[in-house]
Design a protein around this ligand. Structure first.
Ligand code: HEM
Ligand code: HEM
Length: 457
């Protein structure tokens, strides 16, 4: 059954378009990351070109990694595996391609707006109103495509990857509109403390209810297949899913522990941040038991190798996250590079590396050819793994220096020379990631469009 569907599927155009989108914007996003890192080493770096000053390059970098690289990468895999798992075709390849084209137009408009200084100034919600509307419409287009695919399914049982994908899309479509206050086009904000609460409800959900479930869906698809092992427990997979939905929706206020928000909200966010250990460990136990004794298979499959690494990073991001949601810890770690380190472990080392794994796993299937170069993919793996690990350790050390200085009442100008070297190390680690991103772009473009490899039957 599955094989005949594979042969009649119209070239997986939608998945290909999203795969290309992800690889392309990964390269742009890291380039802007390098520019931002350069400014932190030398504030007069690149002179006074207003369009790429730190205040503009930073939101461009962050929005591009989120909406240009990681989300499209994870969606490319979902557009492939959703119909496969349901024994049917994607509802509409054309709709998928149109969505990808509009998605790229949205990204171009986003970069131009932010570079010109049009920003709503709220983190992860900087994009102007017109772009917010585009993003909401794009999510609705993907939802229609995937939900109609679910509707026309032959397979009645919904595997956990489908649960995660569908939930991520619906919750984000709603959460994005709320968090961006789209009913107030001019400001995109409420007033005062309620705005901070709403922003961070949305802010953490963009990681917790978009990137995390999409990435877990990819892991649940790729790892059992690559190791030819049945999932250890379907019951655990559903416990993990529902506990994630229940717990992760309430953690946003852990970003505001130093802010005069109501205490009961802080307490809920702290308790639920610690309770995140339940969905996280349930997922990890389930997936690690599934691949137990099969590390050889994982090593042999480059997609699975990335995804498995992503699961390890998921452990670190969440362990660190629960820890830094404790007020005593956050007294030191808030407002400094510790948080930036955590952000790179979570968004890049977990979600981004999982997205790359999903891409490398599905590319041979959607192009019906082997990857253009397994060697380049391996090289990219090591470049980004070394890059992000060095960056995370480096930023954690800077965070501790800054946090202690602040705690002890030290003035900023005396701390800056102390951390300068660490900024140079961060930028150097960034060069590894940058090289990995451009290598990946080359490899993926060759695999998609100019691959001399023999076609797989
Ligand atoms: C157990 C799960 C997690 C918990 C409890 C947690 C907790 C936290 C806390 C407390 C902060 C704010 C720190 C501060 O401002 O002082 C934070 C920031 C952040 N987290 Fe997590 N985290 C978790 C997992 C993740 C994951 C999986 C990702 C990525 C997919 C992620 C991405 C981020 C990002 C990007 C920030 C920075 C937000 C900013 O710009 O201020 N976190 N996290
Ligand atoms: C060349 C590699 C990279 C470099 C040099 C770099 C550099 C930076 C810099 C300088 C910032 C601003 C930090 C600050 O305001 O103090 C930043 C923020 C951020 N970057 Fe990167 N980055 C790179 C790659 C990535 C990748 C690949 C991802 C995700 C897939 C990512 C996700 C983020 C996020 C989520 C933030 C916001 C952090 C926060 O607000 O706490 N970065 N990055």
């Amino acid at each position: 059954m599955a094989e005949s569907i594979e042969h009649t599927e119209t070239n997986h155009l939608a998945a290909k378009a999203f795969a290309f989108t992800s690889a392309l914007w990964f390269a742009f996003a890291t380039s802007f990351g390098m520019i931002a890192a350069g400014y932190l080493i030398a504030p007069d770096f690149l002179g006074n070109i207003e369009y790429i000053q730190f205040g503009r390059a930073r939101p461009i970098h962050v929005n591009l990694v989120l909406f240009g690289f990681v989300t499209p990468g994870l969606l490319a895999a979902a557009l492939y595996y959703t119909p496969r798992l349901l024994g049917t075709h994607l509802y509409s390849q054309q709709l998928g391609v149109v969505t990808a084209v509009l998605w790229n137009i949205m990204l171009v408009i986003s970069v131009i707006s932010l570079a010109m200084g049009f920003s709503q100034g709220r983190e992860y919600a900087e994009l102007p109103w017109a772009v917010d509307i585009m993003i909401a419409v794009l999510f609705v287009m993907i939802i229609i495509n995937l939900f109609m695919t679910v509707r026309q399914r032959q397979e009645q049982i919904l595997y956990v990857s489908i649960w995660y994908t569908c939930a991520a899309l619906v919750l984000t479509a709603v959460g994005y509109c709320l968090g961006n206050v789209i009913w107030k086009p001019d400001s995109g904000a409420l007033l005062g403390i309620p705005d901070a609460i709403l922003l961070w409800f949305y802010g953490h959900n963009i990681f917790g209810l978009l990137l995390t479930p999409l990435a877990l869906g990819v892991a649940y698809y790729v790892l059992p297949l690559a190791t030819r092992s049945p999932l250890y427990s379907h019951t655990l997979s559903l416990i993990g899913f529902w506990s994630l939905i229940v717990v992760y929706t309430h953690v946003g206020t852990h970003h505001l522990l130093q802010v005069p928000v109501p205490t009961w909200l802080k307490v809920i966010s702290i308790v639920d941040s610690v309770a995140m250990v339940i969905p996280v460990m349930v997922f990890l136990i389930n997936i690690w038991y599934t691949v137990r004794g099969k590390l050889g298979d994982i090593h042999a499959n480059i997609g699975a190798k990335f995804v498995f690494t992503g699961t390890i990073m998921y452990f670190f991001a969440n362990f660190q996250g629960s820890f830094m949601a404790l007020p005593q810890v956050q007294r030191i770690t808030h407002f400094n590079n510790w948080v930036v380190g955590h952000a790179h472990i979570g968004v890049f080392a977990f979600a981004g590396i999982t997205a790359l794994g999903g891409l490398y796993f599905v590319l041979p299937k959607i192009t019906k050819k082997p990857l253009y170069s397994r060697y380049l993919a391996d090289l990219q793996y090591w470049l980004i793994l070394i890059g992000v690990s060095v960056m995370a350790v480096d930023l954690t050390i800077v965070g501790l220096i800054q946090g202690n200085a602040w705690y002890n009442g030290e003035t900023i100008y005396r701390v800056l020379p102390e951390i300068h070297l660490y900024y140079v190390i961060r930028a150097s680690a960034g060069l590894f990631i940058l090289a990995g991103a451009y290598l990946g772009l080359y490899n993926i473009v060759r695999t998609l469009f100019f691959n001399p490899g023999a076609a797989k039957e």
